[in-house]
Design a protein around this ligand. Sequence first.
Ligand code: CA
Length: 425
Amino acid sequence: MFWEQSLQFDSCTDIGLRRRNNEDAYCVQQCPSARDWEVAGHLLMVADGMGGHAVGELASRIAAETVPHTFLKTDLQDPRKRLHAAIVAANSAIHARGTQNSDFLHMGTTCTALVLCPRGAIVGHVGDSRAYRIRKDRVDQLTFDHSLEWELERQHGSLEGILDLTQHKNVITRSLGPEEVVDVDIEGPFPVQPGDQFLLCTDGVSNQLTDSELGAIVRELPPRVAARLVVHLANIRGGPDNSTVVVAQVGDLPANVPLPPPLVIPDDRPDLGWSWLIGFWALGMSIVFELAVLWTSRNDQSKQIIGGVLFAFSVAGMLALAYAAIKRRQQLRHRDDDATGAHFIRPHRTAVGLSSKQLLDLLQQVDKEVARSAREDGWSVPWEEHDRTVTAAQRAAREKRHSKGIRDLARAIELVMEQLPRRAD
Ligand code: CA
């Protein structure tokens, strides 16, 4: 990524419909100068606090203040190390606060931070909040959920028959604050191209919207509209939790900056290279040769012994080489290589965004249902403007101008959801 590239971003956080506090927090820190750009970069993050009463709120707020501050101030030159140091500092600050007061004991928060810097996108992550990269139709989850569900799936390959996850959906296995020491995932750099979009969110969003829906919304709408629509949809689907989202869009390169070389994404079954094939061939030939020696020297015991030992060595060598090749292939599968030869970690999960037509149909359905119940319950929605916007969306849909229709429907849903009645207490 280049300093000259613009970054458009927006964010939205909402308490939801069932919680008394908003325990989520977020921050967006744009890199202040070209000098800082070389060693730091833009930083976006979300945090989802836990611990009951106002405790979770405090934990996520400390994270959202400490991480950007430390990230910019530390002397480390490598953005990966900076990000790691910043998240570790937030853990220490929350842990120290937790031990000062027995009411704050065990308070914690998730923390998912994204750095956009010259080397690409780097993710620092603890907990089950998420970071996605959206590139056209492709939605890559760049973070591993530190949840019981994901950890068990990693250990067992599948969750079938292990446990009823409906009871354990919200159990997270790692967070900032409860322990003095925290294990932080630092991932990337992931390659960044002009037009790439990034979305960070808490589980109040990812439990209510699919990756395909999130990808399509971010692809079709400007960051501000996308962030608000995501939160509205989480609330329309019950709003059981706080919802927080940060959306960023990387702009095009100015004309005077040379374009980076195109990305070469390796095959899913990466080639091991000629040297490995030559190794297999040489060992295979020696096994054939030794079998021939054993066959032709059936009456010569000393030759039989030498041939037998060599044969055993060759077979053992072949097995060791096969094992090393399998390991190597597994390593290669977890990396993206770009044309400059730099290596990148692969995303944890990839989905395909809904098509424009699918998103348009979905939003039409959502608007119809939410408008009907808002009318029934007498919300003070500016209905004239709403209905006019929906009519425009219907016309756009008939004319197959899907993106225009999506923008109209996002506006119509917003007009209704702005009047959402909130609990009084
Ligand atoms: Ca949450």
